[in-house]
Design a protein around this ligand. Structure first.
Ligand SMILES: Cc1cc2nc3c(=O)[nH]c(=O)nc-3n(C[C@H](O)[C@H](O)[C@H](O)COP(=O)(O)O)c2cc1C
Length: 382
């Protein structure tokens, strides 16, 4: 087998191993995928300043993220249904993150439950919350995350309604995947994935299946979830969450400086500048393009984290140079998980570390505490 030299190799392996219905879900964005493409293209378009003649023999990659140690400035971001890509996928990814030494964030919409992940890692992780219309479910999820020892709650702000992902609608994505003739043929072509999934401890949304007493079967559970995303959500709701949670609170999905200021007023410890990886508002700007304005508005009062389009270690340097304290990875680590489980996630993290280390050497950076804005510029036109 040829060596795996980049995240793009993991992406190709994930594509080979997964049925299209699952790969399209992982890989795709909403509607025309304009924002998804902007995230990746705008990141690529940034130029790094080559800075020689510095002694960069000793380089320090480690940082802390909301007080948690991070061997590199990258956490694994929340991704729903990760457990459909690999058996017990969330537990495996959380273990890989804990062994490597970066934070792991579990999604509300995971297949493994909060308690499964706590048992699998024995280390604190972050829990991402989608607020549901039924407030007792929110209270229960927050309490369960607290009891499981989660060190941070990541409240996602940008899911008032679910973005339309055309491929998922066409493929009939459901949990577990629907056995239409088309999907059955597709799955039969991916026997390795099919056989491996028999080892899954769970088949549905592990965090929600016992929360909703009136829901008796899987399709009713999916319908219930779809009806629960709450468009009335505003900053009073954030203040309510702040009162329920006495550990670190991170607000995910900030794309405006004004919202970042409100987040500080609401008592957040950090924000994540994010457009949900181009899966929600199609047409929104790339997250990297709005990052400097938001970082300026926050002026180090709380941590500014960033996601969207991180595919290499150099992308992390770019985000830090544009004002982020650290980053989260969605798809890149999920490709690793889908390609080869815990080892695939470890491989993705090591690729990031290696690339980051090289990029620091070539841009004259010894630490990542303060990456100067001049280190990252728009590519000058010829
Ligand atoms: C398959 C998939 C599922 C996701 N599920 C969630 C989720 O459950 N909660 C959430 O806050 N964000 C979710 N996201 C968004 C990611 O947390 C993150 O914002 C985004 O993936 C970052 O962009 P990147 O994939 O380019 O790294 C998901 C993203 C993907 C790709």
């Amino acid at each position: 087998m040829k060596p795996i030299t980049s995240i793009f190799d993991l992406e190709a392996m994930a594509k080979d191993r997964l049925p299209a219905v699952i790969f399209d879900y992982v890989h795709g964005g909403s509607e025309q995928q304009i924002t998804l493409q902007r995230n990746v293209n705008d990141m690529r378009a940034l130029a790094l300043r080559q800075h020689d003649l510095r002694n960069v023999a000793d380089r320090k990659l480690a940082v802390t993220m909301v007080g948690d140690p991070a061997r590199i400035p990258l956490a694994i971001g929340p991704t729903g249904l990760a457990g459909l890509t690999w058996p017990n996928g969330e537990c495996e990814a959380a273990r890989a993150a804990a062994d490597f030494g970066v934070p792991y964030c579990l999604s509300t919409m995971s297949i493994n439950s909060i308690e499964d992940v706590a048992e699998a890692t024995g280390k604190p992780f972050w829990f991402q919350l989608y607020l549901m219309k039924e407030h007792n479910v929110n209270e229960n999820l927050i309490r369960r995350a607290h009891d499981a020892g989660c060190s941070a709650l990541v409240l996602t702000l940008d899911l008032h309604v679910q973005g339309k992902r055309w491929a998922d609608e066409k493929n009939g994505l459901s949990v577990p995947p629907k056995l239409t003739l088309h999907n059955a043929v597709d799955m039969a072509k991916h026997m390795g994935w099919m056989l491996s999934m028999v080892k899954s401890k769970r088949r549905t949304f592990g965090n929600l299946e016992h929360e909703v007493a009136q829901v008796k079967n899987l399709s009713a559970l999916t319908q219930w979830i779809e009806s629960q995303f709450d468009p009335s959500f505003d900053f009073d709701t954030v203040k309510w969450v702040r009162k329920q949670w006495d550990r670190k609170l991170i607000l995910k999905g900030i794309m405006l400086a004004d919202d970042a200021r409100l987040a500080i007023d609401a008592g957040a410890d950090a924000i994540i500048v994010s457009n949900h990886g181009g899966r929600q508002l199609d047409g929104a700007p790339s997250s990297i393009s709005v990052l400097p304005g938001i970082a300026d508005a926050v002026r180090d009062r709380i941590e500014v984290l960033f996601d969207g389009g991180i595919r290499t270690g150099a992308d992390i340097v770019k985000a830090l140079g544009r004002g982020a304290h650290a980053c989260l990875s969605g798809r890149a680590c999920l490709y690793g998980l889908a390609a080869n489980g815990r080892e695939g996630v470890d491989c993705a993290l090591k690729l990031f570390e290696d690339e980051l280390n090289d990029c620091m050497a070539l841009t004259g950076l010894k630490t990542l505490d303060h990456v100067p804005a001049e280190a990252v510029t728009a590519q000058p036109s010829l």
